[in-house]
Design a protein around this ligand. Structure first.
Ligand code: NIG
Ligand code: FE
Length: 414
């Protein structure tokens, strides 16, 4: 039964809207105090005030009494790399000793290290690991997750990662948006032949992935000593021609102009942006590209946080995501994400909630379908143990998600 009534929640934090919210709009969560939400056949059919009668036959619905609890849309994690083999705990200790992420990558560690392990892992192993990781994210209130390939960097393994995500989408209650990240790093066999590697992506991989409908989005790591702006432009343009929606790892360690490229190509999102220039921020605002910020990565790498305040004040659409991956952010900790966003990046709790719901949905092109509590949207909801969303950053590092609902079905009771 996908019919559900959540009655008398202390707050229904609707985040109402059908597109990404920019600048000041991010502060208004469109809250209904003491509200009720009705989900019929998996879709939200009514969002009611206390005084309004419930216009359905309640005997056909599961009822959750939510006094003292806040209801929010399920969280949307729009940037992760959750399908991978192996771990990189050695590299973590090298970083604590002072080595930088890019130095370790230059020495053949980093993404290439995980690529070796992912090539060696069977599809079954990756599937089992994917299930475990999705279960953990789901308990933290995430109901839709984007997942990238990019740890194969060869035909077979990239397709293996994407097939695993397709099977997980069919098996796991969470929704998965697959992104093809064939241009994540240059594998050893293509070292020194970066342009040829991009040609291989354009001529063979992108058309194949598009034909098999294995991914919705395409992404590239545009960074000094990885892929240049010109190589990224070629790759993304070809991806666009194949029907992919575009994302880009932009201006993470160096201010290369990735944000400007994202604006030029009308990407869905530009991600990381630790080093984005003022000009780049302007370009994102003007083009309406979502700026996806990843505080857990800056924290884990001891890099300066992205300039979220400047971006929001300039009128940007800012999203937050975990960047869950085995290297730069081996964490999908939603509680820590909220704490870092508010305490260190100066987002208000309202802005942080917007950034991880409706703006996360916008970053994967689904703002008309998920990310808010609006009539017609998918019934993906979470209940908190506390009466206000303000506890999300305030209860530092603690999971306060009480119940998770996916398409009107309870999938977690913590
Ligand atoms: O988003 N920066 C590039 N890609 C990932 C990290 C991948 C890895 O280190 O395995 C990121 O941080
Ligand atoms: Fe990433």
């Amino acid at each position: 039964m996908n019919n559900l009534i959540i009655k008398d929640a202390s707050q229904v934090v609707t985040c109402s809207g059908f597109a990404g919210k920019r600048g000041e709009e991010m502060s208004d969560l469109h809250i209904i105090e003491n509200g009720t939400v009705v989900v019929t056949d998996g879709r939200i059919t009514h969002v009611l005030r206390q005084s309004e009668p419930i216009p359905v036959n309640e005997s056909e619905y599961q009822i959750i009494h939510a006094e003292g609890k806040a209801v929010l849309p399920g969280f949307v994690d729009s940037h992760t790399h959750f399908v991978f083999g192996g771990y990189r705990e050695e590299e973590f200790s090298w970083r604590m000793r002072g080595d930088s992420y890019m130095e370790i990558m230059q020495r053949g560690g980093g993404i290439i290290n995980t690529t070796k392990a992912t090539r060696a892992a069977s599809e079954e192993e990756l599937f089992d690991l994917g299930m475990q990781r999705l279960d953990a994210m789901m308990k933290l209130g995430i109901t839709t997750v984007e997942g990238k390939s990019g740890y194969g960097l060869d035909r077979e393994t990239e397709l293996k990662q994407l097939r695993v995500m397709r099977r997980l989408q069919q098996t796991h209650p969470m929704d998965i948006v697959a992104t093809y990240l064939g241009a994540h790093a240059v594998p050893p066999e293509w070292k020194g032949k970066e342009d040829d590697f991009i040609d291989f992506q354009i001529l063979e991989m992108l058309p194949h992935v598009a034909k098999e409908k294995l991914a919705e989005c395409a992404d590239v790591f545009c960074e000094k000593n990885v892929f240049t702006v010109e190589q990224s432009r070629r790759y993304l343009n070809a991806a666009k021609e194949q029907g992919f929606r575009l994302k880009i790892h932009a201006d993470e360690m160096t201010s290369l102009g990735g944000a400007e490229l994202a604006a030029e190509l009308r990407c869905l999102s530009a991600d990381h942006l630790l080093q984005v220039s003022d000009h780049g921020i302007r370009a994102l605002v003007d083009a309406g590209v979502v700026a996806t910020l990843l505080p857990l990565t800056a924290f884990s790498l001891r890099e300066p946080y992205a300039r979220a305040r400047t971006m929001i004040d300039a009128g940007c659409i800012v999203a937050l995501a975990t960047d869950f991956n085995p290297g730069s952010s081996f964490s999908a900790s939603v509680p820590l994400l909220f704490a870092l966003a508010c305490i260190y990046m100066q987002l208000s709790p309202e802005e942080a909630v917007t950034a991880f719901t409706i703006n996360g949905a916008a970053a994967i092109g689904r703002a008309n379908w998920i990310g808010s509590i609006d009539v017609g949207k998918q019934g993906d909801l979470i209940l908190l143990q506390f009466p206000s969303y303000k506890f999300l950053p305030y209860h530092v590092g603690m999971n306060i998600v009480d119940t998770v609902i996916k398409q009107g079905k309870q999938i977690v009771k913590n």
